[in-house]
Design a protein around this ligand. Structure first.
Ligand code: MEV
Length: 338
């Protein structure tokens, strides 16, 4: 039995624009997906999931997953979950040169599915790592991040950046621009997350931005402006001492950039009423800045607030189902048991 965990993430800046080659800064957070893998001889794959969204999910298949498990979640989420696990299995088989390998896979995740916290990336990263280790062919982190990206790319019909999978593999704050992926040394940031209980459809949201960008020059300019925000935010971060608490001035400036980033994402059509309500609740509670995180359409916002005000205020916001403080996860993918 091989057990591996990988963290989810929030985007400080740059989701969506990163798909078109602009930089982005996602940060891994201490909410993890844990995948347990046991090889089996008959070539079948059995997947069980016990997490916030897919409690009770179980499916077994020989070639590709056709039988839909009977759980009460929208079909598109179920298809996505099954698709990501299947893509991870394919990557592991290829990497270990074991095309007929079968597995019992169990997924336990603290990260809600499709909510902007990188659940699919965490499951894919932990899944490929656990499966290749179980086959005796562990991967180095760069290859793991690469294969996890390939899996997401396949499931999302080519509409994926390396940001989520690289961040989940490496942990910490990272900078991603096209194929160029690096870790950033940053101070601990006071992230607060608000979750509306819903989920967005990443493929559809990315396609919506692509269509606006293709049709309007000013939408393409908006995508580039998000890139400018990221560059500005990154220079603030790299000037800061990673080993000290961030100054109030730094948090204020990052927060201002997050607010502008949210406005631009909203202009590109990827916010929602509940995300906007949570963003405004955070701002009115005194957060230094707030924005949606991930693909949008529903799911989560991330705010910066060193006090308890934003978390408390979100708890009383009707559109918010859950709020919590999210610490930076310095560990990326992690072997838990072998
Ligand atoms: C989704 O978590 C982030 C997007 O930028 C898509 C991607 O980068 O693959 C919307």
């Amino acid at each position: 039995m091989t057990v591996v965990s990988a963290p989810g993430k929030v985007y400080l800046f740059g989701e969506h624009a990163v798909v078109y080659g602009e930089p982005a800064v996602p940060c891994a957070i201490e909410k993890r997906a844990t995948v347990t893998v046991e090889p089996r001889d008959d070539g079948h794959v059995r997947v069980e999931a016990n997490d916030l969204t897919l409690n009770g999910f179980a499916v077994e298949y020989a070639d590709s997953p056709n039988d839909r498990p009977d759980v009460d979640v929208p079909k598109r989420l179920l298809d996505a979950a099954t698709g990501y696990v299947d893509a991870a299995v394919e990557q592991a088989r290829e990497a270990a040169d074991a095309p007929d390998a079968g597995f019992d896979i169990s997924v336990d995740s603290e990260i809600p599915l499709g909510a902007g916290l990188g659940s699919s990336a965490a499951v894919v990263v932990a899944g490929i790592d656990a499966a290749t280790r179980a086959l005796g062919e562990p991967l180095d982190r760069r290859e793991l991040a690469d294969r996890a990206y390939q899996a997401e790319y396949d499931v999302q019909d080519g509409q994926a950046s390396r940001a989520d999978t690289f961040c989940s593999t490496m942990g910490g704050a990272v900078r991603v621009e096209g194929d160029d992926c690096t870790r950033l040394a940053t101070p601990e940031l006071p992230f607060v997350v608000g979750f509306d209980g819903g989920a967005g459809d990443t493929g559809q949201l990315v396609a919506g931005v692509r269509s606006l960008r293709d049709r309007y020059d000013f939408a393409a300019d908006t995508v580039e402006a998000i890139g400018d925000i990221v560059r500005q935010g990154e220079s603030l971060l790299t000037d800061a001492d990673p080993d000290s608490d961030p100054s109030a001035e730094l948090i204020g400036e990052l927060g201002e950039l997050m607010d502008i980033n949210h406005g631009l994402l909203s202009a590109l059509g990827v916010s929602s009423r509940s995300l906007d309500t949570m963003v405004w609740a955070a701002r009115e509670a005194g957060a230094d800045g707030a924005k949606l995180t991930g693909a949008g359409g529903g799911g989560c916002i991330v705010a910066l607030d060193a006090t308890t005000e934003t978390e408390t205020s979100l708890q009383y916001t009707p559109d918010c189902e859950q709020s919590f403080r999210a610490e930076l996860a310095t560990d990326g993918v992690r072997l838990e048991e072998e």
